[in-house]
Design a protein around this ligand. Structure first.
Ligand SMILES: [Zn+2]
Length: 326
């Protein structure tokens, strides 16, 4: 059996051992600084596996990885893709990342926007592998970026054949687009033929924006809709919007304290005919049980889904995938 993986961040897809191996081999300022800060692999690994306070603390490790990956993004992307194929039986992988955050440091704004294209080229070349996996990219816009910079990310996704969709990610920050501006950005993305998803209703019950629903194919997480705003589920069903649910993330961010708390989300989505795709988000931050199959297993063990639903849930993922068949 194989599985589709529709929600995985490049920044959270590299096992800490691969990152540490890279740090030990490199002589960049960042590598030297990280080597001095952590000293050995066990302390570095602890940074990934320690308990996190909340979503912001969880994302802080993400930023550390993004900075390191920017040094040789292809090296890390290649390892993330072959690992997903061999160790997780993933055959459709939609890998998401913010291309701007991986541009070369020290460039001007205009040069960084140009360099984004080189970043996507490098990753697209690196993910070519003989393993049986189809990989495509979802480019992440950022809640802290200006509308113009986010639009440049849409324009890049539109031009690059490896890119299938755009997403909103990152923590809330001042200076980012308003909801009205996000609506315009997503409307534009759909107009130019891209598919769309958006991180929403992940850990904050008020982070629900129905204004965006008309322009979304999928929602990253969306569990707070199932838990606290089930009145929106009929609209999600009508629009064919799939939720990308990543159970371990909600434990790691203290959004829930037990996986069984997700049962109402699955029950209500099943009743309302809203599709759910099971995903991992950032498996490198989830310890030894961070693989995609562990997410299915967690849900079965907690009584959230029945074992007999696994095939249907995997099929729901394939049906919601943006990646075109080979
Ligand atoms: Zn995510």
């Amino acid at each position: 059996m194989h599985f589709p993986e529709l929600h995985r961040h490049l920044g959270g897809a590299t096992h800490p051992r691969i990152l540490w191996g890279y740090i030990e081999k490199q002589s960049s300022d960042l590598a030297i600084r990280l080597l001095a800060r952590y000293g050995d692999y066990s302390r570095f690994r602890h940074e990934f596996e320690r308990p996190f306070r909340d979503l912001a603390d969880y994302l802080s490790v993400h930023h550390l990885v993004e900075e390191l990956q920017a040094e040789d993004v292809g090296y890390f992307a290649h390892r993330a893709v072959r690992g997903a194929s061999v160790f997780e039986a993933v055959d459709v992988l939609e890998l998401r990342f913010n291309p701007y955050k991986r541009t070369r440091a020290g460039l001007s704004e205009d040069d960084r926007l140009v360099d984004m294209s080189r970043v996507v080229d490098d990753i697209a070349a690196a993910v070519q592998t003989d393993f049986p996996i189809r990989t495509s990219f979802i480019l992440c816009m950022d809640r802290g970026f200006s509308p113009a910079r986010n639009k440049a990310i849409i324009d890049l996704a539109k031009m690059h054949p490896a890119c299938v969709a755009v997403d909103i990610a990152g923590p809330y920050q001042a200076g980012g687009p308003t909801i009205a501006e996000w609506v315009e950005l997503f409307r534009y993305a759909r107009e130019v033929g891209l598919s769309t998803t958006a991180h929403m209703a992940e850990s904050d019950p008020i982070d629900v924006h129905p204004e965006l629903f008309p322009y979304l194919n999928r929602i990253g997480h969306g569990i707070q809709i199932g838990l606290h705003h089930p009145q929106h589920l009929s609209e999600l069903s009508k629009r064919g919007i799939t939720l990308e649910v990543c159970p371990m993330t909600y434990l790691r961010t203290n959004t829930i304290s037990d996986v069984s708390e997700l049962k109402p989300v699955f029950d209500r989505c099943r009743d309302a005919n809203v599709r759910i795709a099971i995903c991992t988000d950032n498996p490198a931050l989830h310890g030894e049980s961070g693989r995609l199959v562990n997410e299915y297993e967690r849900l079965v063990r907690a009584g959230v889904i029945h074992f007999n639903e696994i095939l249907d849930l995997a099929d729901a993922g394939y049906a919601a995938a943006f990646t075109h068949p080979a």
